[in-house]
Design a protein around this ligand. Structure first.
Ligand code: PMP
Length: 304
């Protein structure tokens, strides 16, 4: 990732990609206290557009607030810097990674003189779970690792350190031959994937777990809107893993994963074992939306 052409927005300046480095004593590298976002820009009708940029920036600021991290820039500066990171790299579509982290001004948990630094990088990235997964659906395994307890790491924050848990779960699932992990909360109810929210369909109703131990996904919220538009009833509820086994359809949502059907959980086929009709309908609506082909949501497309 480090050795490529392009520029990265780094503390207010556009820095050549290869020079966007930081010291090995960077505080966040040691303790994981940092916050970040994952966003996508799409080649939309009418020009490249970042999907729900303002909402992602708001979540970045909320994550920083939860972590007690003072943000050194205002929201509009970050919004414009994000557009710049896409524009200045000449990208038609992109994955975008803003991150705020503590620098190398001090070491130890008690360091008080730490500066918050902000980077925004953008690069081309295809389907996170593969093109085939988007059509056929992926195979998922319930993780032996629980999602963070709400009183240990706070799940409303998209915080760097939270992802140790995601990586442990994902590594386990992949080493067992699965595509993705499903994490349960500490009480045993379904929380989310390693980097996605979950939906299931049963008898024409769309269900998604309550947001206690799961991230407030922006794609999740988008899908709820689209389902309402399509007249599909949506319910948030506590969900057990066997409710996923007996669902008619299941899918993951996320900026990276977009809308990815889930065809199997723990060796149990879900529904017909392929992308279900409601999943396909919402997936199609989602792609129309991010590509600027659905009228009512144009304020969600931020042109670069
Ligand atoms: N849960 C986790 C743990 C995630 O990392 C992500 C990706 N940001 C999501 C859910 C989905 O969130 P969004 O739709 O905002 O990308």
């Amino acid at each position: 990732m480090a050795d490529r052409d392009g520029v990265i927005w780094y503390d207010g300046e556009l820095v050549p990609w290869r020079d966007a480095t930081t010291h090995v004593l960077t505080h966040t590298l040691h303790y994981g206290m940092g916050v970040f976002e994952g966003e996508r820009a799409y080649a939309a009708d009418g020009g490249t557009a970042i999907f729900r940029l303002a909402d992602h920036t708001d979540r970045l600021f909320r994550s920083a607030h939860i972590m007690g991290m003072p943000m050194p820039y205002d929201r509009e500066t970050i919004n414009e810097a994000t557009r710049q990171a896409v524009r200045e790299n000449g990208l038609e579509s992109a994955y975008i990674r803003p991150m705020a982290f503590y620098g190398s001004e001090g070491m130890g948990l008690r360091a008080t003189n730490l500066q918050v630094h902000v980077i925004i990088a953008a690069w081309g990235w295809g389907a996170y779970l593969g093109e085939e997964g988007m059509e056929r659906g992926i195979r998922v395994r319930t993780s032996s690792h629980s999602r963070h307890h709400v009183n240990s790491s706070m799940c409303k924050a998209k915080a760097n350190g939270n992802y140790i848990n995601s990586m442990l779960a994902l590594q386990e699932a992949v080493s067992c031959g699965y595509d993705e992990a499903l994490l349960l909360d500490t009480e045993g109810f379904v929380a989310e994937g390693s980097g996605e929210n979950l939906f299931v369909v049963r008898n024409g109703v769309l269900y998604t777990p309550e947001l206690t131990a799961a991230l407030e996904g922006i794609t999740r919220e988008t899908i709820v809107h689209l389902a309402e538009e399509a007249g599909i009833p949506v319910r948030e509820k506590r969900m057990t893993r066997d409710e996923v086994y007996v669902a008619d359809e299941a899918f993951f949502t996320g900026t990276a994963a977009e809308v990815t059907p889930v065809r199997e959980l723990d060796g149990r086929t879900i529904g017909a074992g392929r992308r279900g009709p409601i999943t396909e309908q919402l997936q199609t609506m989602y792609f129309e939306l991010v590509h600027g082909r659905r009228e009512p949501h144009h304020d969600w497309l931020d042109r670069v």
